[in-house]
Design a binder for this molecule. Sequence first.
Ligand SMILES: [Ca+2]
Ligand SMILES: [Ca+2]
Ligand SMILES: [Ca+2]
Length: 490
Amino acid sequence: MEIGIRQIIGFSALLLMGSAAVAACPETPAAADTNPETGHYFEVYASPRVTWIDANACATGKTYSGVQGHLATITSSSEDAWVDSLRATKSGLGQVWIGGFQASGSQEPGSGWGWVNNEGPFPGDNNGPAYANWNSAEPNNSGGVENHLTLGRYGAGGGWNDEGAAPGSIAGFIVEYDTPRRATCTGTECQTIKGQFLKIPAEWIDNPDDTIRFSAYEFTDPRVASGKCGVEPLTLFGAAYDKPELRIPAYLCGSPKLVVVAVDGSDLNFTTGTVLIENDTATVLPGNNPALVCRDTFGPDFYPDPAIDPQLQDVVVYQTTPPDRMLENASTNPAGPPTTDPQFIGAAGEFTDSCGSSRGTGKETSYFVVGMHIDFGAAGSTPAGSHQRFVALTRYKLTLLQQSVETAKASGTLKNGDSTKGMSASVTTAITKLDRGDYKGALAAVQKFLKFVDAAIYTPVPENNYNGEHLMRGQNIEFTLRVKVMPYAP
Ligand SMILES: [Ca+2]
Ligand SMILES: [Ca+2]
Ligand SMILES: [Ca+2]
């Protein structure tokens, strides 16, 4: 499955304009601004009596900075307040269409509501897990024909209305563009986007003017709505974005939104160490499904028993650009596919080592993905099945670590001393122990491996940060064994 940036199809707007049934789209917005929290660009258009269908066609026919528009989707209270203020204060318009619609055939006013842009369902009252902000008198399905969502019927801050019965009350519509958030950092500690913080080893900054640049792109994982989590991989970016592909394997899935942070660290110079990334996913992605993200973030009410499902935890995903540098990419792996399990094959790897934080080597440019969970699909639907899948995933990760150590030795970055021999031996021991079901022994071997990494001397080589890779992989396996495998052993 692949989603790229949606292309501007010049003649589709022409076709729409040629149809007598569709009104012309307004050219100039009454108000427009960038939401500082999400980076998304919004435009409020005056278009009296426009139908929701026509407003939706206008919105998807517009582009801003190469990004296609959609009727505004409002998935958090902060986004709601900001968009409503743009409408009320800056545009001065009254009731306007936004991107909520009710599935045809839904007769109950409160059932079947969803967002355009594949941004998921939302409840017909204000008490569901997903955000909603209905006025206390709404939705009422007046006249039996109100199947689309508006802002402004009850004034600023007055909440949402289902509309369709009173076309004369419609003043226009709001378009949202999922434009990237951008940030540039200097120094060793910096905030990239709201809710995300990076700590870079001081030795990486050899020039005070060195910068590290970020662009954040928000996506909704299409596999969530189509039931393909744990089944199909996902490819993002590629030629349509003029960027290298980001390949996410089947076992990693959005919750359902995810943010991809594209990192350009080409000004930095680093051959050892890792970058620490701290994410407050509730802030980075306030619209995410709270049942699928971190218990530590949302509190025990949403996720009372950590033994219920170890798959449901916020993870951070890392991939180098280009993707073929990753050992996870079976097609370019010199040792051939490291696993026969298609679910695990893919370039991106998850490298979280506790909820909300992660480590990456950051070599060259890279992608970090925030707001995903591990999802084994049907194979992980029982505690025993989930446990088996985590054991298989850990074994796969250990084989990749083993390969990484051998590749580092061959590159000359590691001398064949005691520490190097200890690294190889402890990974082999971990695999043997895991295969025997001795998880405690496997954990001890991985912890020993990390001590050997600390003791080893890595001679810098230009093409790779092997020290960072060994730290990152070793710490991730240690975490997976300790937090995911051992507590759920039958
Ligand atoms: Ca939105
Ligand atoms: Ca209705
Ligand atoms: Ca209504």
